[in-house]
Design a protein around this ligand. Structure first.
Ligand code: SAM
Ligand code: TMP
Ligand code: ZN
Length: 405
């Protein structure tokens, strides 16, 4: 029996994607085959409802010097973080000499606005290369993992934080108990710990199975975060749905009794119960849909190849690792993937080794079909690539189901 990392309850495994590579390990032709592989499987805790992976990838295999993901790769995300930074500056960070810690600050997309306002801040992120971009923006960075050890050092050096912010990172940290002990060490008595992450209810409603990959150790819901916060000595006081990344949630956590708990928390717990998110059967149904989607996608790509149509991938997302490796999609079906991230270009996608090329190559010439792996940025990408449609090109999407637009 696999034990829940949060509460020790039993985890009911609902999907096994088999042997998968680390999702962000974009290899060179010389290093192809050196990817770290593990068994990717997800389950739900029958006690606290946290959806989680059943095998943990060592953190140094995922987050290191060469970690390629950059938050600034999406204009929408850039705007999203800038807006929230301004919101924090006017609320939680408006007091006397405020201080904010960001867990997973990446290239500084969020903190640069805070830094420019002259507010004390510290970004904590183990990935050195992306951290250099943050430093260039004037962001103060500690190249390290946030956990109890580093948090105690931060508290000793910088004093208590009014805000701990973490977007699309908390779910990446299997040793989350240590993160909460760290939050306890560094958070001011009335401070808030704000977490943004992909929302389980959106993932389930859209059959977005590719949100399951090594970095997404947890898939958070309001119910599971409420239970987790309480277990580790905190209280979930507010939640706010966000449209980014295909459906996210912003969770505001505080020390118990320090803030009024918003009605939105219980409303979402209730809607999650009604959606069956606490019931293993819901996930077993999801598993059947995942298998159907993958079979349909491979069938469509094979058919297009047989008909002589050209197909190119768009967005070498970490998510796409699950799709290409589970469905067995290699360069024979998708000859290359266009991506705007310099650190991914000229590399091969992990596992099935589809080459990644600069976005500019998308139009040279336009393919007949583009498989949109970055479906969570569909609006932004489709607006940018209007000429592709005008030239007769079609998008292939597999979320919420396989369809062509
Ligand atoms: N917050 C950014 C955003 O939302 O676009 C970056 C998200 S990126 C998917 C996850 C980031 O978390 C990476 O830059 C990674 O290096 C960092 N990370 C992973 N484990 C961490 C930890 N224990 N402490 C701090 N950062 C961590
Ligand atoms: P994400 O879904 O994890 O945010 O990753 C998005 C990937 O798609 C990332 O590698 C950057 C890439 N991308 C483009 O190539 N063009 C774009 O316009 C956008 C928004 C993303
Ligand atoms: Zn549990």
């Amino acid at each position: 029996m696999v034990q829940c990392r949060i509460c020790g309850g039993s985890v009911d495994e609902f999907f096994d994607f088999g042997r998968q590579p680390v999702s962000d390990s974009f290899v060179t032709p010389q290093t192809a085959g050196s990817e770290f592989f593990f068994r990717l499987a997800a389950g739900i805790c029958t006690e606290c409802t946290m959806v989680q992976l059943t095998e943990e990838v060592p953190r140094e295999q995922m987050f290191h010097e060469d970690y390629p993901y950059r938050s600034a790769g999406s204009a929408v995300m850039h705007e999203h973080f800038e807006k929230y930074a301004h919101q924090l500056l006017q609320s939680e960070l408006s007091g006397d000499d405020p201080f904010i810690v960001e867990i997973g600050s990446n290239d500084g997309t969020m903190l640069k606005t805070i830094g420019k306002a002259g507010v004390r801040h510290l970004g904590v992120d183990p990935s050195a290369q992306v951290g250099e971009f943050a430093k260039e923006e004037g962001v103060r960075v500690r190249t390290d993992f946030f956990e109890e050890r580093s948090a105690r050092e931060i508290a000793a050096a910088d004093g208590p934080a009014d805000v701990i912010f973490s977007a699309n990172t908390t779910s990446h940290i299997a040793y989350i108990d240590s993160v909460f002990r760290g939050a306890d060490a560094v958070l001011a008595p009335d401070g808030v710990f704000v977490i943004e992450d992909r929302y389980l209810a959106s993932i389930m409603a859209q059959n977005a199975f590719d949100q399951i990959y090594d970095e997404h150790y947890y898939l958070l819901s309001v119910t599971s975060v409420r239970n987790m916060a309480a277990r580790f000595g905190f209280e979930l006081v507010d939640v706010e749905p966000l449209s980014v990344h295909g459906g996210s949630m912003r969770y505001t956590i505080a020390r118990p009794g320090r803030r009024t708990v918003s009605g939105a928390v219980t409303e979402h717990v209730e809607s999650e119960r009604a959606a069956g998110l606490a019931r293993p059967e819901t996930y077993h149904r999801f598993a059947r849909q995942v298998k159907e989607s993958c079979a349909k996608l491979v069938e469509l790509l094979t058919e297009l190849r047989e008909q002589g149509h050209s197909v190119v991938g768009y967005g070498a997302t970490a998510k796409s690792a699950t799709v290409i490796n589970y469905c067995g999609i290699g360069p024979d079906l998708v000859p290359f993937i266009c991506d705007s991230t310099p650190a991914k270009q000229g590399r091969l996608a992990p596992g099935t080794h589809i080459p990644v090329r600069p976005s500019a190559e998308f139009s040279k010439p336009y393919p007949d079909y583009a498989l949109l792996f970055a479906w969570n940025h569909a609006e932004e990408i489709m607006a940018k690539e209007q000429e592709f449609r005008a030239a007769g090109g079609k998008w292939i999407l597999y979320v919420p189901d396989v369809h062509v637009v």
